[in-house]
Design a protein around this ligand. Structure first.
Ligand code: SAM
Ligand code: ZN
Length: 314
């Protein structure tokens, strides 16, 4: 766990950095692939080809030049530099030096042992590629094997011994559907492990949909026999405080809160806030300034939302 913790704090800092990079125009990550006419496109590897099915109708797929054709519904899917792409939106390519969070020694050991066939959903930029692991992503990172949508996995039923999805479920529009898909592609007795957000500030906006409680996470995975739903070292209360406090100060900075107020906020103590909440303390320094931040800034670090909606029609 000790070895894991410094990585974790780096990961917290990274996630904040990643959030900043999302402010860049999306076009920065897009490229168009093209091949010189004399070069034949690289082929999909056998380990990937043999497990693929059409994500729409689950029909068999056949490779035709640089596309995959479905023998069931006749849809056709692109192959980009040997990576099958099951998305219709423009392909996003992430810089090859981009590194995501480490998966932790326990799961790295599973990959290193090589006994299980693993699907890593939303793998991001992994440190190492393993022959027994299929890296599935929405974008192309340095080791991505298949591009698609976690809600419609393009894999045969009962393919994998294990599925990993680290820091992905909060970014899925319909986590329950994704969990059902994981259930489908696992072998009988196969295991899934996810890490997902609970008390986390907004990140990777606008694709951060849920912060789930333990009860919410258990509900998503109701079709499974749940062995445990615990707090892993990368998500302990210390990490929560570090992540949230860092986001509060960063949001104050981005909001151009006067530096005097920011300094007061930074110097305030956890105890000031706790006693205020317990109704026996003074209003903590910085409270009013935070409460009056512009709405878009409050939305990154608020306790909740008020939604007002209307039924359309007369
Ligand atoms: C916060 S990152 C986590 C990356 C890595 N697993 C980690 O722990 O650092 C979330 C990843 O999920 C991917 N993702 C988001 N929605 C997805 C979807 N519907 N299908 C597949 N991948 C998705 C994103 O491209 C992104 O790389
Ligand atoms: Zn099909």
């Amino acid at each position: 766990m000790k070895e894991w913790l410094p990585n974790t704090l780096d990961a917290v800092r990274d996630s904040i950095r990643v959030r900043e990079t999302t402010l860049l125009p999306r076009a920065c990550f897009r490229i168009c692939f093209s091949y010189a006419p004399q070069m034949s496109p690289p082929k999909i590897s056998a380990r990937v080809k043999d497990i693929l099915v059409c994500p729409e109708c689950r029909g068999s797929l056949g490779e035709k030049g640089d596309t995959l054709g479905c023998q069931g519904c006749a849809r056709s899917f692109a192959i980009s530099n040997a990576v099958p792409v099951f998305l219709s939106q423009p392909l996003q390519l992430v810089a090859p030096d981009h590194s995501s969070n480490p998966i932790g020694p326990e799961y790295e050991a599973v990959l290193r042992a090589g006994n299980d066939f693993v699907l890593n959903i939303g793998a991001g930029g992994t440190a190492q590629r393993y022959p027994n692991c299929i890296e599935f992503e929405h974008k192309i990172f340095r080791h991505t094997d298949v591009v698609g949508d976690a809600h419609h996995l393009p894999f045969r039923e009962g393919t994998f011994d294990r599925v990993f999805a680290f820091n992905v479920f909060e970014h899925l529009a319909d986590p329950m559907t994704a969990a059902q898909e994981i259930h489908r592609v696992l072998k009988p007795g196969g295991a899934v492990v996810i890490h997902t957000a609970f008390l986390q500030a907004l990140h990777e906006e606008p694709h951060h949909f849920y912060n789930a409680t333990e009860y919410g996470v258990r509900r998503w995975f109701a079709p499974f026999e749940i062995e445990d739903c615990r707090v892993s070292g990368n998500f302990g209360p210390g990490v929560m405080l570090a992540f949230l406090m860092s986001n509060v100060l960063e949001t104050a900075r981005l909001s151009e809160m006067p530096s005097k107020q920011r300094d007061l906020l930074k110097a305030s103590k956890i105890g000031d806030w706790a006693e205020f909440w317990g109704k026996w303390g003074e209003t903590p320094p910085g409270f009013d300034a935070l409460q009056s931040l512009p709405q878009p800034m409050q939305k990154r670090i608020a306790a909740g939302f008020e939604l007002i909606a209307k039924k359309s029609g007369a």
